[in-house]
Design a protein around this ligand. Structure first.
Ligand code: ATP
Ligand code: MG
Length: 230
């Protein structure tokens, strides 16, 4: 009944421009096998977020096709697409509401046990339990204040619960303290297992755990290889 994506993503002859007078991504091809973890790096304005947004169909390409398991994203039912491909942006880490609501946003029918299991999986359960209201703590209320690292862990729990075939993550640039950094890196490894992932990476530690690194400059993928080769 429900369509299950495997998670292979292909860009064929894709070109993209926001406005007709300026090409942002000149024509390119890119094949991402199911299950691969990609770190996408490059200077500001290089086109990383644009590529990511095409992959999540926030935009359609000006020319060419973006395919999931060989199917053009434009041919997928929006529900299937949203379930199969999840993009976590820095801005979308948290919205106002309880921690539990924040974790369950991608799966509103999740049971409390499923929410706790997702939090445990990414190592977020312990700090959530220590918040004044536990899972019911309002993240925007006094006492419910959570650190940058904790916000990321909550958003990871959300993505883990949603369990998409393809996860796209725009990694936060903000620096974390060392314990948070370690927690976030461990959580990331758990989160990336058994799915296709593209991470717009700002940390060397993230690049190191990727199977493949793409370097972008001025809309062009100028390097494509294993982390060790770069
Ligand atoms: P950063 O590291 O700063 O996030 P990025 O690599 O993600 O940069 P993009 O956001 O993809 O870069 O931007 C690529 C180019 O597209 C830039 O020149 C940018 O100004 C332009 N651009 C991005 N979004 C839009 C938009 N909505 N309308 C018009 N131009 C845009
Ligand atoms: Mg960006």
């Amino acid at each position: 009944d429900l369509w299950e994506a495997r998670g292979a993503v292909t860009f064929t002859g894709v070109r993209f421009e926001y406005q007709s007078d300026r090409v942002i991504l000149p024509t390119f091809d890119l094949a991402i096998p199911a299950g691969q973890t990609i770190a996408l790096v490059g200077s500001t304005g290089a086109g990383k977020s644009t590529l990511a947004k095409l992959m999540a169909r926030f935009y359609d390409p000006t020319d060419g096709q973006v395919l999931l398991d060989g199917v053009d994203l434009r041919r997928l039912h929006p529900k299937d697409l949203r379930r199969a491909i999840v993009m976590v942006t820095q801005e979308a880490y948290l919205f106002s509401g309880s921690v539990a609501d924040n974790i369950a946003i991608g799966k509103p029918d999740a049971s409390p046990a499923e929410i706790v299991a997702a939090a445990r999986a990414v190592g977020a359960h312990e700090f959530i339990e220590n918040l004044p209201g536990g899972y019911d703590t309002d993240v925007n209320k006094r006492g419910g204040r959570v650190s940058a690292g904790q916000r990321q862990l909550i958003s990871f729990a959300r993505a883990f619960l949603a369990d998409p075939a393809v996860l796209i993550l725009d990694e936060a640039t903000s620096s974390l303290d060392i314990p948070s950094e370690r927690l976030v890196q461990q959580a990331l490894q758990t989160l990336l297992a058994d799915r296709t992932a593209v991470i717009i990476a700002h940390r060397l530690s993230t690049v190191a755990i990727a199977d493949r690194v793409l370097v972008m400059e001025h809309g062009i993928i100028v390097e494509d290889g294993a982390p060790d080769d770069l």
